[in-house]
Design a protein. Structure first.
Length: 231
């Protein structure tokens, strides 16, 4: 009797779990925007962790608590989903940059804020760096298919160009500074540090992941960037 009662209790618990999972799936499927966003978040985690080749559609569906049919419905195939992840990842940083309001800042302050923001975004979004590394291994094979990414970046370059022109007019920045070179300097300093922080910590016997070290490197990025453009 006791064994039968225990089995009935376990069966009931399993049914409750299955029913709850079913409710979650039905709730997601009834909201297309939420379903799209949930799949995109799950795919971002999977691609960042395993790269394009190692990522599994089954695993993404499981993370999103949905099925592969829904993934294909929204994104077409694995390549379409991966490209959507890349576009969303770039959109996140580009949209956040707009909040810096560079056009209304003093040129030197604007450059400082952009450099620090970029560094802090890299720190807060390790998946961004992982996805960039993966796509560079593919020589931007998938990113080249995007019709959105170049448009996203044109706004950044326009704003950065304006900051540099205003700084030049005030006599604090050198004339004809290339905005793309400036951004590459900022991004490269941050990307290289974080991509190699574990090996470099070992080589130089210095804990480059310590909060003080990370803050100091952010200030170093600012100092190098400003030194490279000052008149």
């Amino acid at each position: 009797m006791a064994g039968r009662a225990r089995q009935q209790t376990e069966n009931a618990a399993q049914e409750d779990v299955a029913e709850a999972a079913g409710k979650r799936r039905r709730k997601v499927s009834r909201n297309p925007q939420r379903t799209h966003a949930t799949i995109l978040d799950a795919a971002t985690e999977e691609f960042a962790a395993h790269g394009f080749g190692g990522a599994r559609v089954d695993a993404i569906a499981a993370r999103a608590q949905t099925n592969k049919r829904m993934l294909y419905h929204y994104f077409g195939d694995k390549e379409g989903l991966y490209l959507a992840v890349l576009e969303a990842t770039y959109a996140t940083i580009r949209n956040a940059e707009k909040q810096l309001n560079l056009a209304h800042r003093h040129p030197e302050e604007g450059m400082r804020e952009l450099a620090l923001f970029t560094w802090q975004h890299f720190l807060a979004h390790p998946e961004f760096l992982s996805l960039l590394a993966t796509e560079n291994l593919h020589q931007a094979h998938y990113l080249r298919r995007s019709e959105k990414v170049s448009v996203m970046h044109s706004h950044l370059i326009d704003e950065l160009s304006d900051v540099l022109r205003r700084g030049e007019a005030l006599g604090i920045f050198r004339p004809a500074v290339d905005p793309i070179s400036v951004y590459l300097t900022i991004a490269a300093l941050g990307f290289f540090y974080l991509s190699n922080r574990h090996t470099l910590s070992t080589i130089f016997a210095r804990k480059l992941t310590a909060p003080d070290a990370l803050n100091a490197w952010g200030e170093h990025i600012v100092a190098v960037t400003l030194a490279s453009i000052r008149a």
